[in-house]
Design a protein around this ligand. Structure first.
Ligand code: XIL
Length: 456
């Protein structure tokens, strides 16, 4: 920190003082220690960023983003001054569209595709050299209004296959991974196979999952095809059962030779109550034995039922990040972690009016590594610490990516899309994309795997 008696503080020092004043004595020593690892004790940019720390370990850290908010033109011109854009560019090396690649966004009508915002994200990622996760190709939510009246048992299978061919095919060779099927398991629906009573199950039948993965493999052979699920993190009876059903589904898919390379653990966690532990670690290790990678796909930490002010929230949230990512990144088949958003200013938890998102005192949640003013929260330092302590990733043999020289993003026209005329093709990226993930240099000295923390 600046010397005593110095009245003029740098912006960074000023930010730190604000943070310290706000947090006061409540800051545990481990957060302080994590902070002081950085430049002047508080650097968060450049070599101190999450993306830089992750890259050093051969890992990826990333976030769900809102493509509309990205100043792609400014980045292309090399002169963006937009704070959100700079934050995403500076911190993440893998991105996912929070909503822009869902059916509801891509399919304004049954016969048409609208790729404007999805293309925007791909263009941004090509400029910045970031990897992209596609989210998602098949889900029971975010279906467009026309789906209910148009989709039938006769046409649903074709609708699904055509959608996947068009969407995954459009970004062929450009995707790190695709969430092919999202949230297909729901034991509460009472089926023996654990599957959710979704429109896809009802209209296509239980093999819709296989159809989706096979279509995705044909459309984009180089993307890691992922099954993504929520509420499988804890060792509560409900989540143990759901996690078990997910594992059975994964085994069925593998046994039938379905192309699947990874499982996404959404990781929408809560600051209070039971925390993930040995059951999830066991799941991750079973996945490794099956040749599957595991991605933390949507992490945030919900404080809707946590009492206390912003300081108490920050400490509790940071602790969950530390314990959870420390546990997950100790597993060699967990090479990627994304948060669901990057700043609380744009978190779905602050946008939702649902009781599971609203705080009793009406105050805003602080679930992410940056706060409403885009300042680093204690969670930022917790994530960075966990990344630093991570075990070097080792890709299980079955999840080895297809080595397809991934070209630069170039949209091609799709019938019915108003935004895919050749004239809208993005300019050539200013920086080349990074090598495929598998070619990151291995880190020689991997720290020993840490045992999962004792459950509280
Ligand atoms: C959420 C978005 O964050 C919201 O903006 C949207 O209104 C609803 O969907 N699991 C998922 C994500 O797989 O797609 C969800 O995203 C959050 C839960």
């Amino acid at each position: 920190m600046g010397g005593t008696g110095t009245l003029r503080l740098t912006r960074r020092q000023c930010g730190r003082n604000v943070l310290l004043a706000a947090v006061g004595a409540a800051v545990p020593a481990w957060i302080e220690a994590a902070r002081s690892d950085g430049d002047e004790g508080q650097g968060v940019n450049g070599p101190d960023s999450l993306r830089a720390h992750a890259a050093l370990r051969g890992l990826r850290y990333g976030a769900a983003v809102i493509p509309e908010l990205l100043d792609v033109e400014g980045v292309a011109a090399g002169n963006t001054t937009d704070a959100y854009t700079q934050l995403v560019q500076g911190q993440a090396n893998i991105l996912v569209a929070e909503n822009a690649m869902k059916w509801g966004a891509l399919r304004p009508a049954a016969e048409t595709f609208e790729f404007g915002q999805a293309d925007r994200l791909m263009h941004f990622a090509a400029l910045t050299g970031d990897a992209v996760r596609g989210h998602n190709l098949c889900w029971h939510e975010a279906l467009p209004a026309w789906f209910k009246t148009t989709a039938t048992k006769d046409n649903a299978r074709k609708l699904l296959v055509d959608h996947i061919q068009t969407v995954a095919g459009r970004y062929r060779g450009q995707m790190h991974s695709w969430d092919v099927v999202n949230e297909a398991v729901n034991p509460k629906d009472g089926r023996a196979d654990g599957l959710r009573n979704s429109p896809w199950l009802e209209l296509v039948g239980p093999d819709y999952i296989e159809v989706a993965f096979q279509s995705a493999a044909a459309a984009d052979p180089s993307a890691k095809l992922t099954y993504n699920e929520y509420d499988i993190e804890l060792d509560t009876p409900e989540q143990i059962e759901k996690r078990g059903q997910v594992m059975l589904l994964l085994r069925r898919l593998k046994a039938r030779g379905i192309p699947i390379h990874a499982v996404g653990v959404q990781s929408h966690l809560k600051a209070d109550g039971p925390q993930p532990g040995a059951g999830l670690v066991d799941f991750v290790r079973q996945a490794a034995k099956m040749g599957l990678e595991v991605y933390v796909t949507e992490m945030d930490v919900n404080t809707h039922s946590l009492e206390g002010g912003p300081e108490a929230q920050d400490v509790a949230v940071a602790r969950v990040y530390r314990d959870y990512l420390g546990m997950m990144l100790a597993e060699a088949n967990v090479p990627v972690a994304l948060t669901w958003g990057i700043t609380s200013a744009r978190s779905w938890l602050n946008e939702s009016k649902q009781p599971w998102a609203r705080r009793g005192d009406g105050s805003r949640q602080r679930p992410l590594p940056f706060d409403d003013e885009l300042r680093a929260t204690p969670a930022f330092f917790a994530i960075r610490n966990a990344v630093d302590g991570a075990r070097a990733p080792a890709i299980p043999p079955g999840a080895a990516p297809v080595t397809d020289p991934s070209g630069l993003y170039k949209p091609f026209p799709v019938q019915g899309s108003p935004t895919t005329q050749p004239a809208t093709a993005p300019a050539q990226p200013a920086v080349p994309p990074p090598p495929p993930f598998s070619t990151h240099p291995a880190i020689p000295a991997a720290p020993p795997a840490q045992p999962p923390p004792p459950s509280r």
